[in-house]
Design a protein around this ligand. Structure first.
Ligand SMILES: C[S@@+](CC[C@H](N)C(=O)[O-])C[C@H]1O[C@@H](n2cnc3c(N)ncnc32)[C@H](O)[C@@H]1O
Length: 429
């Protein structure tokens, strides 16, 4: 017999018994014979006469029994309605019940996902951003899937073709990030501005140091020194470990707040900020600090997620505001600004010239869904960690949240609400 038929049978029995219960006044039940013998009422301070103990006369049940009777009544009514609705819709009650459960679960999941879980609350070293990156670094999933770079990739047609190919997808996902660094380096014009490889580079918000090590390795023969800073001590640890593994001694990493850097004025030939600006609670201070530590004639280059520029007097619609708020809150972003606003901030320092901006959304947007695909082709580490690590199945829920956020990011970039900001400038000599 099919399970659904059995369930329907059970539900019908429930409905019939609920009708029976309906005929008995709430709180009162008639017990007789053996059933009455099993039930021994206890009322403090009241001694029952022998004849009352075993009798076929009605016995008033204590409150727990009354509650059961009410809930049985409700359940019975519920299952009766379910059976009626199922027959009205010409489906098995079990199918209808499964559908209802699925809808309720979907509503609960949506409610929980829409509630931000990693909101930016505290700036600086020891604040929200550093703690979140510490957690991501320790967990290891980000490094497993994204490799050493925590930023979007730069895609050409052959990369786009590889996304849905399970044999190539994972490797291409990581390769596009190296390609992004190459393109950003070329676009910055740093070599033209410095007349060769920039001797000193600062990587502001270096993650686990993928870019710092890449540039250190690429330019080591020209004597370039690279410094990476981040708010996350765990990232510094991992970045340093990987540099040692590669035998790189022209790169170092420090825990430091980009908004209050320890470096002297005019220290670096290239100041590089790749996808760190979105975490900054003060974008003006971010641009000004990077400009301060830049040598005259040196290059500033920023890659960052931006929101669209509003026309004069325009405001975001409530739908746009809701979407942006989710994107701010989910990955510890205080807020975003537009590419144009970044350019205005650069010009506003009074120390930068040749300020220009670009939107690389076409080159990078594929990365959002590609990062979902790499998980689809290779989900085993997530499944495994759910069984073997301290976080347990919570890691599965976290992964679902990441997938939803990645998709919402894709949509926000796709519809133009978000833009991929590239900004460059040169410090006035
Ligand atoms: C999305 S990751 C980018 C990583 C890196 N640029 C890369 O290419 O892989 C953002 C980084 O910015 C850093 N960050 C955010 N706010 C910062 C701040 N105020 N000072 C220093 N680093 C910061 C984070 O700690 C993290 O390492």
């Amino acid at each position: 017999m099919k399970t659904s038929t059995v369930l329907a049978g059970v539900l019908s029995v429930g409905a019939v018994s609920s009708l029976h219960a309906f005929t008995v006044p709430a709180g009162t039940a008639r017990l007789a014979g053996p059933a009455a013998a099993l039930y021994k009422p206890r009322r403090e301070g009241v001694s029952l006469r022998h004849s009352e103990k075993f009798t076929s006369r009605p016995i008033v049940l204590p409150s727990v029994r009354r509650t059961q009777s009410k809930s049985t009544l409700r359940m019975g009514l519920g299952s009766g309605m379910l059976t009626a609705a199922a027959s009205f819709l010409h489906v098995q009650p079990a199918v209808l019940l499964a559908g209802l459960v699925a809808v309720v679960v979907a509503f609960i999941a949506k409610f929980l996902i829409d509630k931000p879980s990693r909101t930016f609350t505290e700036a600086g070293v020891g604040g929200t951003v550093g703690n979140e990156y510490d957690a991501w670094t320790e967990e290891g999933l980000l490094e497993y899937y994204w490799g050493e770079h925590i930023h979007l990739g730069y895609y050409d047609q052959s990369d786009l073709d590889a996304i849905t190919n399970p044999l190539k997808s994972g490797k291409v996902f990581k390769d596009t990030k190296f390609k992004f660094i190459e393109e950003m380096y070329k676009w910055s014009g740093a070599e033209v501005n410095s007349g060769g490889a920039p001797p000193k580079i600062l990587d502001v918000g270096c993650g686990i140091g993928g870019t710092s090590r890449y540039l250190a390795n690429k330019l080591k023969d020209q004597g370039t020194q690279v410094t990476g800073i981040t708010l996350s001590p765990k990232q510094v640890e991992r970045a340093t470990e990987l540099a040692a593994e590669r035998g790189l001694n022209n790169v170092e990493f420090k825990v430091m707040d980009a908004l209050k850097m320890d470096f002297a004025d005019n220290s670096f030939d290239l100041v590089w900020g790749c996808e760190s600006g979105e975490h900054m609670p003060d974008k003006k201070a971010y641009v000004e600090e990077m400009t301060r530590v830049l040598k005259p004639g040196g290059t500033l280059v920023i890659a960052t997620w931006c929101q669209r520029e509003l026309a004069k007097g325009e405001e975001f619609s409530s739908d746009e505001q809701r979407k942006l708020q989710f994107l701010y809150d989910e990955w510890a972003h205080p807020y975003f600004i537009s590419i144009e606003e970044y350019q205005r901030l650069c010009s506003g320092t009074g120390k930068l010239q040749a300020v220009s901006g670009a939107n690389w959304v076409k080159e990078t947007i594929a990365a959002w869904r590609h990062s979902i695909w790499v998980g689809v082709w290779d989900p085993w580490i997530v499944i495994w960690k759910g069984f073997t690590t301290r976080s347990g199945p919570r890691i599965w829920w976290k992964t679902i949240r990441e997938i939803v956020t990645l998709e919402r990011m894709h949509r926000a970039f796709d519809c133009g609400l978000m833009t991929y900001g590239m900004v460059k400038a040169r410090k006035t000599a």
